[in-house]
Design a protein around this ligand. Structure first.
Ligand code: ZN
Ligand code: ZN
Length: 76
């Protein structure tokens, strides 16, 4: 999976849900990973327990799969 730089559309390699900060070499921008719910579009909370990371939607009140979340990069 690849993420797209919101500034220059450069492709940035996704480093996993636990990697929250990304840097674009093309425009030297710094970005934060934003995970959104595929159903309601709300921001998902990252829950970390015992080395495992999960995503939680406050609006749907349910645990979301990492594979169904919609990932985008947002400027810091
Ligand atoms: Zn860029
Ligand atoms: Zn939701």
């Amino acid at each position: 999976m690849e993420l797209t730089c919101p500034k220059c559309q450069n492709e940035i390699e996704y480093g996993g849900i636990q990697k929250q900060n990304y840097h674009c070499d093309a425009c030297a921008g710094d970005f934060k990973l934003h995970a959104a719910c595929d159903k309601c579009g709300d921001k998902l909370e990252l829950l970390q327990a015992c080395g495992a990371a999960n995503l939680w939607c406050n609006s749907c009140n349910e645990l979301k799969s990492k594979s169904t979340a919609i990932y985008t990069l947002q400027p810091l």
